[in-house]
Design a protein around this ligand. Structure first.
Ligand code: NAD
Length: 222
């Protein structure tokens, strides 16, 4: 018996177009799951088609998860595709904004907290209702090294990822005994688009040593 065989399992992966979300989605697809990729980027449709062309059961859903109504509609669409069943949720959609803390614009603070933390909670809530009713389900949230450390020029991101870690503990306390298994993973720096600006800035890498800012400390280009 292959204990990694998850054929017939239904999964939603947010942020599944690229980076870590795509990597995790691909692993689920290759293990036999049917996966709905949720992403704000239209590229999600081509990515899903690419997997379907390989014989894997993948759906692409274009959605801005920060929008309450669109988020609900996307979730309903996936649940319809899955005939009301949901086994796995991976919350990998996330954003980064970088400014020195004293200049960090509040609208960007709110944007980061919304996408990284509030959306994660809202998706857990939508999935959790289905999973609790089924009596089983698995949720993986993506925290970060910055759930533990403050970083440089990323106060909103660090706060949001600290929140993801605490949120995960809170949900575990309420749902683990009812069949819903929830974990957060905390990756270190990974070479994805999110870190392009980081890699270019000596100050963010060496700020603790007292170096002056020399590189780009603005938002990443997307
Ligand atoms: N890259 C790292 O070093 C690292 C380290 C720790 C944690 N993480 C976390 O892992 C997750 C994935 O990061 P990544 O490096 O792959 O980033 P990425 O930028 O490569 O991918 C993020 C994905 O989320 C999508 N997304 C962003 N906002 C969205 C929205 N409003 N609605 C729907 N989709 C949206 C993007 O379109 C993109 O496809 C994030 O939560 C990130 O915080 C990354």
């Amino acid at each position: 018996m292959n204990s990694f065989d998850i054929k017939s399992h239904k999964a939603i992966v947010t942020g599944g177009t690229q980076g870590l979300g795509r990597g995790m989605a691909e692993a689920l697809l290759e293990a036999g799951a049917e996966v709905a990729l949720f992403d704000i980027s239209n590229r999600v449709l081509a990515v899903a088609e690419e997997y379907r062309n390989k014989g894997l059961a993948c759906h692409g859903v274009v959605v801005d998860l920060a929008d309450v109504d669109k988020r609900q509609a996307a979730f309903d669409q996936a649940l319809k595709l899955f005939a009301g069943k949901l086994d796995i949720l991976v919350n990998a959609a996330g954003i980064q904004r970088r400014h020195a803390s004293e200049d960090f614009p509040l609208d960007e603070w709110n944007e980061v907290l919304n996408v990284n933390l509030t959306v994660t909670f809202a998706m857990c809530q939508l999935a959790g209702r289905v999973m609790l009713a089924q009596g089983h389900g698995k949720i993986v949230n993506i925290a970060s090294l910055l759930s533990f450390f403050g970083g440089f020029t990323v106060p909103a991101y660090a706060a949001s990822k600290g929140g993801v870690m605490q949120l995960t503990k809170a949900l575990v306390n309420e749902w683990a005994g009812r069949g819903v298994n929830i974990n957060a993973i905390a990756p270190r720096y990974m070479a994805t688009d999110m870190n392009t600006a980081l890699a270019a800035s000596r100050w963010r890498l060496f700020g603790a040593l007292g170096a002056k800012p020399t590189g780009d400390v603005g938002r990443r280009k997307t």
